[in-house]
Design a protein around this ligand. Structure first.
Ligand code: UDX
Length: 440
C-alpha cells in the first residue's frame, strides 16, 4: 500500500521503516530539512538498534522515501499516519498544535480518499477534532454547499514500541490496536498489518486512544508501586529484589516492570501520566491514583539523591562519576532522564561531575554544563569519590571491579538499578548501596 508518515521522530521513523520492510511503499515526512536530508542519505539521526540497517535496505529497494512536504508526500498515499510530537503544556495538557497543523495540511492537499491515522499519543476525542479539521479545510472545489465531494476516514492506531527495542517491538507486537468508525478504515488497517499476523483489537476511536493512556499509566503505576515498596524495604531492612521475585511468580502480577530504581523517565511515561491526569480531570474524574504514581516517581529520584548525600556526608568538592546518562539502555534519548536532575542537584551542592554513556553524551552536552565526559568506565572511575550506576547498559554488567576500585579515590558505588546486587562488591572493598536492599 502507498503510505505516508508525517513526523519522523522515534515513533514515525520506526513505523515508516518497518512498514516499508513489510512490503509497503512509504514516504516519511518531516519539517526538519536537515533531518530529512540525513535520512535520504541513509543516516539515522537517533540511536536505535537495527534501525540503520533496515533504513538503508529499504531506501535501496526503493520502498522508502523522504520528503519535507506533506503535499508531495501525502497526496499519492492512501493511508497517512500522523506521528508528530504532542509535548506537555505547562498545565499538563497535551499540546496538539502540530496534530492540527498536519490535519489541515492533509485536507488542503487532498485530491482523493484518505485514511488518516493518529499514531501519536493523543487525548481521547482527538480523532473527532482531526475529522472536524479535515472537513473544514478540504478545498472549495471539492465542496457542494455543505456536501463534501471527497471521502476520508480518521482512525486511531496507538503505538506501544519501546525505545531501545523499537524495531523488534514493531515487528513482533503483543497486539495491534485500531480505533475505527468505518468498515473501509478497518479493512485498510487490517491490510497494512497483515504481514505481521498480529492479535488485533478493533474498537472505536475513543477506546483506542484510551487503551494507549491506560497501558502506559498502568506500567508507570507498576514501577511506582515497586519503588514505593523499595522505600519500605529500606526502612524494614527487607530486600525489594526478593519481594519483586516473590510477587512476579504470580502470573496475575508478572515480574516485568517491577524493577525498583531511580524513577521512570523518557519521552512517554512522565508526559503520558500528566496528560491522562489532565484528561481525566477535564472529563470530571479526579485520578488520585495517578497523581500518587507521579508523586512517588518524584520522591524516588529525591530518595536516591538523599542516599548519596547521607552516605557521602559532604558532597562539596567530591568527584562523582555517573555510569550511564540515558533514561534506559540502548537509546541516546535524554528526555526526562533522571540523570539530568541528579547532575544539577549535585552540582548545586558543589560536586564535580564526571560521566560516561555509550550513546547519550552528545545529547547530554546540550542539557548540562560543567560535566567532564569520559571515554569509558575506567577513565570515568579514575579519581572519583563515588560512582552512581544510572543506566543499566549491557557493557556495565561485567566490569573489572578490582581495576575500578584501584582507580577510584574511594571505592563507593550507589547502584541506582540494583545491577550489581549479586556481585558481592563489598567483599572486594567497595562501600555498596543498592535500592531498597538491606545494608551490606
Ligand atoms: C514506554 C512503554 O513501555 C511503551 O510501550 C510506550 O510505547 C512508550 O513508553 P519507553 O519509554 O521506551 O516505553 O521505555 P520503558 O522500557 O517502558 O521504560 C520507561 C522508564 O521506566 C525507563 O526510565 C526505565 O528505566 C523505567 N523502568 C522500567 C523502571 O524504572 N523499572 C522497570 O521495571 C521498568
Amino acid at each position: 500500500m502507498e503510505i505516508a508518515i508525517v513526523g519522523s521522530g522515534y515513533v514515525g521513523l520506526v513505523t515508516g521503516v518497518c512498514l516499508a520492510e513489510i512490503g509497503h511503499d512509504v514516504t516519511c515526512i518531516d519539517v526538519d530539512k536537515t533531518k530529512i536530508n540525513k535520512l535520504k542519505k541513509g543516516l539515522v539521526p537517533i540511536y536505535e538498534p537495527g534501525l540503520d540497517k533496515l533504513l538503508v535496505k529499504n531506501i535501496n529497494n526503493k520502498r522508502l522515501k523522504f520528503s519535507y512536504s506533506i503535499k508531495d508526500g501525502a497526496q499519492k498515499a492512501t493511508a497517512i499516519f500522523i506521528a508528530v510530537g504532542t509535548p506537555s503544556k505547562k498545565n499538563g495538557d497535551a499540546d496538539l498544535t502540530y496534530v492540527e497543523n498536519v490535519a489541515r495540511e492533509i485536507a488542503e492537499s487532498m485530491t482523493d480518499y484518505k485514511l488518516v491515522i493518529e499514531k501519536s499519543t493523543v487525548p481521547a476525542e482527538t480523532g473527532k477534532k482531526v475529522a472536524q479539521t479535515i472537513r473544514k479545510y478540504i478545498p472549495k472545489k471539492y465542496r457542494q454547499g455543505n456536501k463534501l465531494l471527497l471521502d476520508f476516514d480518521v482512525a486511531s492506531n496507538p503505538e506501544f514500541l519501546r525505545e531501545g527495542s523499537a524495531v523488534e517491538d514493531f515487528m513482533n507486537p503483543d497486539r495491534v490496536v485500531i480505533g475505527v468508525e468505518s468498515k473501509r478504515a478497518e479493512k485498510l488497517l487490517r491490510e497494512i498489518y497483515k504481514p505481521l499476523k498480529p492479535k488485533m483489537v478493533v474498537t472505536n476511536i475513543n477506546s483506542a486512544e484510551l487503551i494507549k493512556h491506560a497501558s502506559n499509566s498502568f506500567l508507570a503505576t507498576k514501577i511506582s508501586f515497586i519503588n514505593a515498596i523499595s522505600q519500605i524495604c529500606t526502612i524494614l531492612e527487607a530486600d525489594v529484589l526478593k519481594v519483586a521475585e516473590g510477587m512476579g511468580y504470580d502470573r496475575r502480577i508478572g515480574r516485568q516492570f517491577l524493577n525498583a530504581g531511580i524513577g521512570y523517565g523518557g519521552s512517554c511515561f512522565p508526559k503520558d501520566v500528566d496528560a491522562f491526569i489532565r484528561l481525566s480531570e477535564k472529563s470530571g474524574y479526579k485520578f488520585h491514583l495517578l497523581e500518587q504514581v507521579r508523586e512517588i516517581n518524584e520522591q524516588q529520584k529525591d530518595a536516591f539523591l538523599k542516599l548519596i548525600e547521607d552516605k557521602m556526608w559532604i558532597v562539596k568538592n567530591k568527584t562523582i562519576g555517573l555510569l550511564g546518562l540515558a533514561f534506559k539502555p540502548n537509546t541516546d534519548d535524554m528526555r526526562n532522564a533522571p540523570s539530568i536532575d541528579l547532575i544539577r542537584a549535585l552540582q548545586k551542592e558543589g560536586a564535580q561531575i564526571k560521566a560516561y554513556d555509550p550513546e547519550a553524551v552528545e545529547n547530554t552536552r546540550k542539557m548540562v554544563e560543567g560535566v567532564t565526559f569520559s571515554k569509558d568506565p575506567y577513565a570515568l572511575a579514575k579519581g572519583c569519590d563515588c560512582l552512581l550506576l544510572v543506566t543499566e547498559w549491557e557493557e556495565f554488567h561485567d566490569l573489572n571491579f578490582e581495576k575500578i576500585r584501584d582507580l577510584m579515590n574511594h571505592p563507593v558505588i550507589f547502584d541506582g538499578r540494583n545491577l550489581y546486587h549479586d556481585k558481592k562488591l563489598d567483599k572486594i572493598g567497595f562501600e555498596y548501596y543498592g535500592i531498597g536492599r538491606p545494608a551490606v
